[in-house]
Ligand binder design. Structure first.
Ligand code: SAM
Ligand code: SF4
Length: 330
């Protein structure tokens, strides 16, 4: 089925990222402040509402859904959502972004529910540093989770690493070596200025994809590929291995032309662009017309008229986007 979601710039929307919870068992320094206030439960979409939203998008031609958060796997009964969305006939890809903390017990059931690919965040291979970056995470648990995911046999597993200058920039080579040894992929992410995280200046910690590529070339032969996800990623293959290295550079504008995605926040806002505030309140529509998928679909189609041409991130000064990444869904 062709997508019925086409915006003013003739871009087809085929990919939706849904944040299924704003809660998390980590407090990564780039994502959350130390003391977070989470949304009151009544404001979160229920699992049934999330399912309805997923179904509406798929009926409108969306072929890829990513469930994220917060930490999606700590939401109670979340497997139920994976199972129902995984059964939607025209959905080609159900994927997940996770911090890996729950994968030892969840990897196999997720695979059985139809999850094809999974992204696992891992910023450091040093236990003390890992704990500092996540404030409370345990590296050992995540490494065991990665192992469980590999054993479960997903089509592809990718590590996501946010690189901050003077925190973990000296580990980019080790992280790629780890990915090669495990036979999985890895992407490096430039930090985005979402939410007020206190404590430090984001501009001082900025470590660009160009710098990382330059560091990696000291050790690896990076072969450019033409693979793309119509997002801010550029992929390279490491010669003589199965590993691909991606660079996610949200500060670059040149992917907006082919943008194929929208996001749904934990509280049901459909965000037309990660770097702008244009949004439509789907929760209000769902709660005013419970179970009415037609009304919901009409709202989503109408929202295409306000998808902006491109985003604008500014590292210096106050964050322009006050939403935290855990609500938005990374
Ligand atoms: N909890 C899961 C995890 O950590 O993978 C899923 C949600 S998390 C918000 C999704 C991704 O966003 C992670 O890979 C994380 O590293 C990334 N992220 C969080 N805050 C970010 C920021 N300010 N800039 C860039 N990436 C960020
Ligand atoms: Fe939690 Fe993921 Fe944010 Fe880290 S990046 S605090 S794991 S939601």
């Amino acid at each position: 089925m062709d997508s019925q979601l086409i915006d003013r710039f003739n871009r087809k929307i085929t990919y939706v990222r849904m944040s299924v919870t704003d809660r998390c068992d980590f407090r990564c320094v780039y994502c959350m402040s130390e003391k977070m206030t989470f949304l009151p439960r009544a404001q979160l979409l229920t699992l049934e509402e999330l399912e309805l939203v997923g179904r509406a998008f798929v009926e409108l031609g969306v072929t890829k859904i990513r469930l994220t958060g917060g930490e999606p796997l700590i939401r109670k009964n979340i497997l139920q959502l994976f199972q129902t969305v995984g059964k939607l006939k025209t959905l080609k890809e159900l994927v997940l972004t996770t911090n890996g903390s729950q994968l030892v017990k969840m990897a196999l059931p997720l695979k059985d529910a139809g999850v094809k690919r999974i992204n696992i965040s891992l910023d450091s291979l040093k236990p003390v540093r890992f704990q500092k970056m996540t404030r409370i995470g345990k590296l050992e648990k995540v490494l065991q989770g990665i192992d469980a995911a590999i054993k479960a046999g997903f089509q592809r597993i990718k590590i996501n690493a946010v690189i901050l200058k003077n925190r973990n920039h000296d580990e980019v080579t080790d992280l790629v070596q780890f990915a090669v040894a495990q036979g999985i992929d890895i992407s490096f992410i430039e930090e985005m200025p979402l939410g007020e995280i206190g404590e430090r200046n984001r501009a001082e910690a900025f470590y660009s994809s160009d710098q990382i590529r330059c560091d990696l070339r000291q050790t690896f032969n990076l072969i450019p590929t033409i693979e793309t996800t119509a997002g801010p990623s550029k992929y390279y293959r490491i010669a003589h291995t199965d590993t691909r290295v991606g660079f996610i550079s949200p500060h670059s504008h040149n992917f907006c032309d082919t943008c194929n995605r929208v996001r749904v926040t934990t509280d049901g806002l459909m965000l037309l662009c990660l770097g702008q505030e244009y949004s439509v309140d789907l929760r209000r529509v769902i709660r005013a017309h419970p179970g009415d998928i037609t009304h919901l679909k009409e709202t989503i189609v109408k929202a295409m008229a306000i998808k902006p041409k491109n985003h604008n991130f500014e590292l210096n000064g106050q964050p322009q986007i006050l939403r935290y990444m855990n609500i938005t869904g990374g």
